[in-house]
Design a protein around this ligand. Structure first.
Ligand code: ADP
Length: 358
């Protein structure tokens, strides 16, 4: 991505220890360390600290303080990181780089709440984000984002998306009364969603989140075949019934070759306000067992939290409030999704395996 020789503004900077320290960093999102091609420049400062300019190929800004701490510790020198996000990935649809479907086997598991908060978290991590509400049975994204009114058009051809804290939003609920939509068959529903996808002036987006209708019937199957998605995230609760339906969701996406990026276990546990102990109201470790069976990761375990519901009812995104403890669980899932999408693309240098006789 960058010519390394140009990166070092002074000959007094030893580059190898910095590259080694960055390469040795490990986390769920940076499972193979920080590649030297993410480095954009290294500037020694007058106070003997180092300013490291990084261009991240996926949305993961909130992890930079940890990276800076790790590298500072390794180099025994204060390192400050200045990072921006620029996805090198090709656009999958118009000027949209990745479309991510948020699905669930059944209703009421918190799919829409998770979808808006993942959009918020990806935006907070530095991505350009949009959300399309395709849940024809109960479009709730406008309410969750505090949006009112009808979409406008500037040229009579394209609808303008709403703007919610920098997130571009569009909902099928703005266009079709949900009573009408519930009697649709698959081709009609997927036709309407495609029209909304095509006829909204999204502009450039790194990630477009699509809140799918719950279930695994004809409508969901046709929609997931028609939308050019990079992957899907399945939201479930730890309850057996929800898990059985989530399993059907995994099978459906496997059938249409949409990669399952992982599961999110919502309402995973309740933190007791008196003793702070987690209480597993809907059962324990259900999503992990399901995930292991299908070889997919659990991206996050989101607690059953009163403030998640309260923020939703006020049309606010808890994931964008870094004072709220639970925002971290959405941020962790967002970085993992962004990282998986980047590493599953074929734009990386191949790993050379050398076999020798000794
Ligand atoms: P779905 O889209 O799966 O039908 P919703 O996102 O509409 O589900 O959520 C259903 C209800 O559960 C809403 O009242 C929402 O505020 C609440 N909810 C969702 N996730 C959580 C959570 N983690 N903690 C507390 N309440 C939640």
């Amino acid at each position: 991505m960058f010519g390394l020789s140009k990166l070092f503004s002074s000959k007094s900077v030893q580059k190898q220890p910095i590259l080694t320290a960055l390469a040795g960093y490990r986390s769920a999102a940076f499972a193979v360390g920080i590649d030297e091609k993410f480095i954009n420049g290294i500037e020694p400062q007058n106070d003997n600290s180092l300013l490291l300019n990084l261009t991240l190929p996926f949305a993961a800004l909130s992890e930079m303080p940890q990276v800076a701490e790790f590298v500072s510790h390794k180099l025994k020198q204060t390192v400050v990181i200045n990072a921006k996000v620029e996805l090198p990935d090709a656009c999958k649809f118009k000027s949209i780089k990745h479309i991510i479907l948020i699905a669930s086997g059944k209703g009421g598991v918190g799919k829409s709440t998770t979808a808006v908060n993942l959009a918020g978290a990806l935006s907070a991590e530095g991505g350009k984000v949009g959300i399309l509400d395709a849940d024809i049975y109960g479009p709730s994204i406008p309410m969750l984002l505090g949006l009112t009114g009808a979409p406008t058009t500037q040229d009579d051809k394209q609808l303008q998306p709403f703007d919610a804290n920098g997130i571009k939003a569009q909902s099928i609920g703005f266009l079709v009364p949900s009573d009408d939509a519930t009697v649709w068959r698959g081709p009609m529903a997927s036709g309407a969603v495609n029209q909304l996808l095509n006829e909204t002036a999204w502009g450039e987006l790194d990630y477009l989140i699509v809140d799918m209708p719950p279930g695994t019937g004809d409508i969901q199957l046709t929609m997931s075949q028609k939308v050019p998605a990079s992957g899907t995230v399945i939201v479930t609760t730890p309850q057996d019934l929800a898990l059985a339906d989530a399993q059907k969701g995994i099978a459906m996406f496997n059938k249409v070759n949409v990669p399952v990026l992982g599961l999110i276990e919502n309402m995973s546990h309740f933190l007791c306000s008196h003793c702070g102990e987690p209480n597993h109201v809907f059962g324990k470790d259900g999503a992990i067992k399901l995930a292991q069976r299908h070889g997919v990761p659990v991206l996050s375990k989101i607690p059953l939290a009163i403030d998640i519901r309260e923020y939703s009812e006020q049309g606010k995104l808890i994931a964008m409030d870094n004072q709220a403890t639970v925002s971290k669980t959405y941020a962790d899932a967002a970085r993992l999704i962004a990282s998986t999408l980047y590493y599953q693309q074929p734009h990386h240098d191949s790993v050379e395996i050398v076999i020798t006789d000794d």
